[in-house]
Design a protein around this ligand. Structure first.
Ligand code: TEU
Ligand code: CA
Length: 560
């Protein structure tokens, strides 16, 4: 594999609205990020991905962009953004922005012009259609519920939106749209961005002409997964964007790629791939049902392990994945992948070590380094997210009681990741001096940065050690490039793998249960082994056996 500067780094996702509020309006902002750069530097992360801060009416929390060249006043100004780029540079940190170009906002001037004159130039920037024989062009279901067509007032026309109705899809088939997008991407890269996280990108290629697919619910609509499986030719667009924007700038890009065909992974992240990397979402989609959250299953530790190993195998020899346990669209990883008894400090460190030591670029989502958990909700009114409200309706429709529906939605809702960052045990977790835009998780009094930074055995310090280990020249090559070789795969609640390097091997062990676990490692020569990191004492290392304590993990370095 050709070595790249970013392989050795650790990345961190900031959700600006909930990170740190510098001016007391209850909303996190760019100045807030600048004030916390030293906190992030101290943690050890190098690449920062910012969820969108562009001008936006915020129908989908900034993923609906009204002007790609402006910063939304709630987050600050372009001067603030320039200052952030400068301050990050001083600290040898790299900034990624979110590239949201499957759609824009209905308040973008392109869309306003399209509505004024659907037949005109800007009408062609979107997918605008009429009914035929009283029927909409297709029966696709929006990701946020309902059909994907919305009438343009005062006309007999409809526009396509795969997400919220305030997020009209851009027509990538139109070369003018692509030209506008590339111009904007280059403008930002010229400013000094290191690159982009690329939003919802698989959706830019629609199977055309529009047609119906078999309905999979009583609403007569069909899931987008089915539709996208039928789309071909996205490579033309993505290859063009790579050649026009990313390659000339040496940009780092990480794709949010769902629904990719296995045989196309090389096209996406191989040596000549469209992107530098893409997220591994195999665990996040595990157990999710196309029918909705009411029919979804929370993955077990063994499911989690199987997903991780499958992805490692798929990517081996092809490209470099980006690994996560959560992001702004998902429940908190510790609340999702750990069984309830495991959701304590030891279990959280275990999960951290298991994903962090996999091959790939580790991303930490804000608050993950503190062990932040899913929040609690008294009623559906406490939940802000658009998609979650639709899932709640769906649960009720399918016969759940209100309490059951709230439990299910409370587990999966994206709000779990969006509650404000817990800086301290002060009011509002030290996030704001005003009224926070979204309620804090009430556990901020016990889980917060202030109580963990500088404390030897905290979760924060454990993440710090994982990052330091990744940077330790003695083990770095193996951690960054070593092949992942799963072992003892059939052992329940045990996740164990080697990372095979040149002249050295790293063994990663994790006990996902509340019982001791004896692990047989007859072939291991303990005289050559050293414990690089663990969340407990590792005992009885004799005759090739070790006993892992409940929820214990250990990273063991073995030189040959
Ligand atoms: O997400 C795209 C996307 O496909 C997700 O909404 C996905 O369906 C869901 O997470 C599955 O659990 C991106 C952004 O990450 C998300 O925040 C935006 O809402 C969405 O695009 C639209 O821009
Ligand atoms: Ca603010």
């Amino acid at each position: 594999m050709e070595k790249k500067w970013w392989h050795k780094k650790t990345a961190y996702q900031i959700y600006p609205k909930s990170f740190y509020d510098s001016n007391g309006d209850g909303i996190g902002d760019i100045q807030g990020i600048i004030q916390k750069l030293d906190y992030l530097k101290e943690l050890g992360v190098d690449i920062l991905w910012l969820s969108p801060v562009y001008l936006s009416p915020c129908a989908d929390q900034g993923y609906d962009i009204a002007d790609y060249y402006r910063i939304d006043p709630q987050f600050g100004t372009m001067e603030d953004m320039d200052q952030l780029l400068e301050e990050a540079k001083k600290r040898e940190m790299h900034i990624l922005m979110d590239l949201v170009v499957n759609h824009c906002s209905d308040e973008h001037e392109w869309f306003k012009k399209a509505c004024q004159d659907p037949q005109g130039e800007y009408g062609k920037y979107f997918y605008i259609e009429e009914k035929k024989d009283g029927k909409l062009p297709c029966n696709w279901r929006s990701y946020f519920g309902g059909n994907v067509w919305e009438p343009i007032p005062g006309t007999d026309k409809y526009y396509l939106h795969l997400f919220h109705k305030k997020q009209p899809d851009l027509n990538w088939e139109n070369p003018k749209v692509r030209e506008e997008v590339y111009k904007m991407v280059n403008w930002w890269l010229d400013k000094g961005l290191a690159g982009f996280r690329i939003d919802a990108i698989i959706n830019i290629k629609k199977p055309l002409p529009f047609k119906d697919y078999p309905a999979d619910r009583e609403d007569g609509l069909c899931d987008m997964g089915q539709v996208l499986a039928d789309a071909r030719g996205i490579g033309q667009f993505l290859g063009e964007m790579r050649d026009t924007c990313f390659l000339p700038h040496g940009a780092f890009t990480v794709g949010e790629v769902f629904n990719v065909r296995k045989e196309e992974i090389r096209d996406f992240i191989g040596e000549q791939g469209y992107f530098s990397s893409m997220f591994d979402f195999s665990q996040t989609v595990e157990g999710k049902s196309a029918k909705g959250w009411y029919a979804s299953q929370i993955p077990s530790p063994d499911d989690y392990k199987r997903c991780c190993f499958e992805s490692q195998k798929t990517a081996q020899g092809i490209g470099y994945l980006s690994n996560i346990i959560e992001n702004h669209d998902e429940p908190r990883g510790v609340s999702h992948y750990l069984p309830p008894e495991g959701r304590q400090e030891k279990g959280k460190k275990l999960l951290a070590a298991m994903y962090f030591m996999l091959k790939g670029l580790p991303f930490i989502y804000q608050g993950q380094e503190l062990g932040m958990e899913n929040s609690v909700y008294q009623s559906i009114e406490d939940i802000d997210d658009v998609g979650s409200k639709d899932e709640y309706r769906r649960c009720l429709e399918m016969g759940c009681s209100e309490k059951e529906a709230l439990d299910i939605v409370g587990h999966y809702t994206r709000d779990n990741a969006r509650t404000p960052f817990q800086w301290s045990c002060e009011e509002n977790g030290g996030f704001t001096k005003g009224k926070p835009w979204l309620n804090l998780n009430p556990n901020y009094k016990t889980i917060n940065a202030e109580s963990q930074v500088g404390k030897e055995d905290s979760i924060y310090s454990f993440y710090q050690k994982l990052i330091r280990l990744r940077k330790n020249p003695q083990w770095q090559e193996t951690i960054v490039y070593g092949e992942t070789v799963p072992i003892l795969e059939k052992e329940e609640n045990l996740m164990a793998y080697y990372r095979k390097g040149e002249g050295q091997t790293i063994l990663v062990l994790g006990n996902f249960s509340g019982d001791e676990k004896n692990v047989n490692l007859a072939q291991l020569d303990w005289s050559r082994a050293q414990i690089l990191l663990s969340n407990d004492q590792l005992e009885e290392r004799e005759k090739g056996r070790v006993t892992l304590q409940p929820w214990q993990c250990a990273v063991i370095g073995i030189s040959q």
